[in-house]
Design a protein around this ligand. Structure first.
Ligand code: SF4
Length: 309
C-alpha cells in the first residue's frame, strides 16, 4: 500500500492533478488527497483549482459538480459505479412532473442529486448552508425542497417553513437504530450524541449537535466533552480522530448488526487506492455533462456559492 501511495503521489505531480476526497473515503485515500472535505468545501476547491486534472475521490454527483464548476478541467472518478442512493431517489422525469404540479414554487435542491435535477433548480444547497440558502428566499414564496426529506424536515423545523418535500433519503443515514442508540447512551451517559441532518427525525431528537460533516468535526474539536456518539457515515471517524486524538468517538449503531457495515456508504467505498492509481494512469473514467444541462445546472450552484461566501 505504501508503494502504491508513493506512485500516486509522484504521478499526480507529473500530471498536475489535484486529488479531492470526501470525508467518507477510506483512510488510505484521505491520506494521499490534496484536500479532504464535505460537499461545500470540495465544490469550492474544485472551482478554484488550477490543476489540469481533478481526480475526485467521492461519488458521481460530486465529481459532476466539480465538472460543472470547472468545465475546462478533466474530471475523473475512480469508479463510475460510485453513485448515491439519495441522488438515485430523484429521477429527472418524475421530478419534472413534481415541479410542474407546484409551478409557483421556488426549487431548492440538496447537492446530492444529478446534474439534470440541478438544471431544474433555482438554488442548490449543502448540509453546511441549507438553512442559510432557504432563508435567502422571502418567507411568502413557496418552496420545493429535494431530494432529502429528512434534511427538508429538519430545515422546516428550524425555519418554521412548510416547504414541499420530495420523498427521498439516504440508505446509510436511515440505517441507524433508535433503540440501540438509546441503549448505547445508557451505557455511556457521559457521551454527547452528534448527527448529520440526513438522519431520521427520531435520531435528530436525541442529538446535542446536528450539522454537516465539517460542522460535526468542528463541534467535537471545540467541545469540552471527551466522548461522542457519532451518527453519520463511519468514514468521518478517521479525520475526526486525527483532529481529536485524545477524545473517544463511538459510531452510532445500525438496525442490523454493525458488522454488516450499514453505517458505511457502499458507493463511497467502491473507490480503492488501486482504482485511484489506475484512474490516474488511464485518466479515466472521465465525467462529462452535456452542454445544455451544464449551462442550466451551473446557475443554481453559482448562486449557492455566492450566498455561502
Ligand atoms: S452516504 Fe448516503 S447521501 Fe452520502 S453518498 Fe452515500 S448514499 Fe449518498
Amino acid at each position: 500500500m505504501e508503494d502504491l501511495k508513493q506512485k500516486i503521489t509522484a504521478l499526480k505531480k507529473e500530471k498536475n492533478t489535484v486529488i479531492l476526497a470526501h470525508y467518507y473515503q477510506d483512510p488510505e485515500i484521505q491520506e494521499i488527497a490534496d484536500y479532504v472535505g464535505d460537499s461545500l468545501g470540495l465544490s469550492q476547491e474544485a472551482e478554484k483549482t488550477d490543476a489540469d486534472i481533478i481526480l475526485f475521490a467521492g461519488v458521481h454527483f460530486m465529481a459532476e459538480t466539480a465538472k460543472l464548476l470547472n468545465p475546462q478541467k478533466k474530471v475523473i472518478l475512480p469508479d463510475l459505479k460510485a453513485g448515491c442512493s439519495l441522488a438515485d431517489s430523484c429521477p429527472p422525469d418524475a421530478f419534472k412532473e413534481f415541479t410542474k404540479a407546484h409551478s409557483d414554487h421556488i426549487v431548492i435542491t440538496y447537492v446530492n442529486c444529478s446534474a439534470e435535477i440541478k438544471a431544474m433548480s433555482d438554488l442548490v444547497c449543502t448540509s453546511s448552508n441549507a438553512e442559510k440558502i432557504v432563508n435567502s428566499v422571502p418567507e411568502n414564496v413557496p418552496v420545493i425542497f429535494a431530494p432529502d426529506k429528512n434534511l427538508g424536515n429538519y430545515i422546516n423545523s428550524k425555519t418554521g417553513r412548510k416547504m414541499v418535500l420530495w420523498d427521498g433519503s439516504c440508505i446509510v443515514h436511515e440505517a441507524f437504530s433508535i433503540d440501540k442508540l438509546r441503549t448505547l447512551y445508557k451505557e455511556h451517559p457521559d457521551t454527547v450524541i452528534i448527527t448529520h441532518p440526513e438522519s431520521e427525525a427520531h435520531i435528530l431528537k436525541t442529538a446535542s449537535y446536528i450539522g454537516s460533516t465539517a460542522g460535526m468535526i468542528n463541534y467535537v474539536k471545540q467541545s469540552a466533552k471527551q466522548k461522542f456518539i457519532v451518527a453519520t457515515e463511519a468514514g468521518i471517524l478517521f479525520k475526526m480522530q486525527q483532529e481529536v486524538p485524545d477524545k473517544a468517538l463511538i459510531p452510532a449503531p445500525s438496525v442490523e448488526d454493525n458488522t454488516c457495515a450499514c453505517s458505511e456508504c457502499a458507493y463511497m467505498k467502491l473507490n480503492t487506492l488501486q482504482k485511484v492509481y489506475d484512474c490516474l494512469v488511464n485518466e479515466s473514467p472521465e465525467i462529462t455533462v452535456s452542454e445544455e444541462v451544464a449551462k442550466k445546472a451551473l446557475i443554481p450552484i453559482k448562486r449557492m456559492l455566492k450566498l455561502s461566501k
